[in-house]
Design a protein around this ligand. Structure first.
Ligand code: NAD
Length: 355
């Protein structure tokens, strides 16, 4: 039986991992530590809130005393570290919070883990610190470049990716210098249930339903690899359970899409949903699809983001070969599931947008 501390567990991927873990390993203890910033929502954890092995602690990973106290009193042996400022646009308008949470906060967790797991008499027999990171640390690719491998040199270009790169290096250093048992996963863009509607997919879905413009940076040619969140969570599980200590694993979906094609696919999915369900026109009267129009008429080009990386792609052969990982959703099925979830869960996204 494991005893998990999930930082950032009220955020998008963290909440998906907590729900998955509680269903998969009901005997494991799950303690969520989350500051409940704008991106964290207790409503995303409602389905596990009555689980007897679950506890929520509202708090900041920068709070040293709190982190160490929770590790000791809950006898945590596994940290799954999601807590971060995660939106690139916000890192451009206000980088300081990214330095504080992503770098200082990660260091604080490592420091506390070292104190409790390596320098205490009552340390657990074994431990694992799993750090959740991003493919954005590797920088940008040209059209014909091969995907990022774990050996690709770091070249972060935004304050967000630079802060994540710094946190990755700290995790590595705590393994090599102090012997902490760590793993890191660098994943491509996630999408799926419980994603805050500032990120591409949920933002476009909400705006199309409300009849608002669908803003696309520049010509929309920027390419990302996309992975359905449930597949990411399964990949993290494999790395925690079977990944080699001190190692990093790239996780990707083998689904490279240009932003403009994603937005068009969303528009088509919404138009089809309105054609097959007439009640949607009553629920979302502002949507073009409600009056026989096309969601794509809302697509609007906006000034490009400064320093916008052009292409990311992942070579996931290490996690596939070593740990047997493969995504269960392709982009078409994942997008369909996401649109259906958003249509079914309007109260969730209205509530999180209202703060
Ligand atoms: P998110 O923004 O949805 O959630 C972040 C969570 O962390 C929120 O619940 C927030 O309240 C919490 N948090 C923020 N600052 C905190 C602090 N100081 N102390 C405690 N809690 C704090 O993020 P996400 O999209 O779920 O991403 C989770 C992790 O996965 C991040 O580390 C991110 O870098 C990484 N990642 C995300 C993606 C993606 O596509 N979303 C892809 C690869 C990696």
């Amino acid at each position: 039986m494991a005893r998990l501390l999930v930082t950032g567990g009220a955020g998008f991927i963290g909440a998906n991992l907590v729900q998955y873990w509680a269903a998969q390993y009901p005997d494991d203890r799950i303690v969520v530590l989350d500051a409940l910033t704008y991106a964290g929502n207790l409503a995303s954890l409602e389905s596990v809130s009555n689980h007897e092995n679950y506890r929520f602690v509202k708090g900041d990973i920068v709070d040293k005393e709190l982190v160490e106290r929770v590790l000791r009193e809950e006898q945590i042996d596994t940290i799954v570290h999601f807590a971060a400022e995660s939106h690139v646009d916000r890192s451009i308008s206000g980088p300081a919070a990214f330095i504080e949470t992503n770098i200082v906060g990660t260091h604080n967790l490592l420091h506390a883990a070292r104190a409790v797991w390596l320098d205490s008499d009552d340390a657990p027999a074994s431990h694992r610190f799993h750090h959740v990171s991003t493919d954005e640390v590797y920088g940008s690719l040209g059209p014909d470049d091969p995907g990022f491998t774990e050996a690709t040199p770091y070249a972060p270009n935004s304050p967000y990716s630079a802060s994540k790169a710094a946190s990755d290096h700290l995790v590595r250093a705590y393994h090599h210098t102090f012997g902490l048992d760590v793993t890191t996963s660098n994943c491509s863009n996630n999408y799926g249930p419980f994603q805050f509607p500032e990120k591409l997919l949920p933002l476009m879905i909400v705006n199309a339903l409300d009849g608002k413009p669908l803003p696309v940076y520049g010509d929309g040619s920027n390419i990302r690899d996309w992975l359905y969140v449930e597949d990411h969570v399964r990949g993290i599980d494999l790395v925690i359970k079977n990944g080699r200590s001190g190692e990093t694993y790239n996780i990707g979906g083998n689904e490279e899409w240009a932003n403009i094609d994603i937005v068009r696919a969303i528009c088509q999915g919404i138009d089809e949903a309105f054609s097959s369900d007439p009640t949607l026109a009553q629920r979302f009267p502002g949507a073009p699809a409600a009056s026989g129009g096309q969601s794509a008429s809302l697509i609007t080009s906006v000034k490009d983001r400064p320093g916008h990386d052009w292409r990311y792609a992942i070579d996931a052969s290490r996690i596939e070969g070593e740990l047997g990982f493969s995504p269960r959703h392709d982009f078409a099925t994942g997008l369909q599931a996401t649109i259906t979830w958003m249509l079914d869960q309007e109260p969730w996204w209205r509530a999180v947008m209202d703060g």
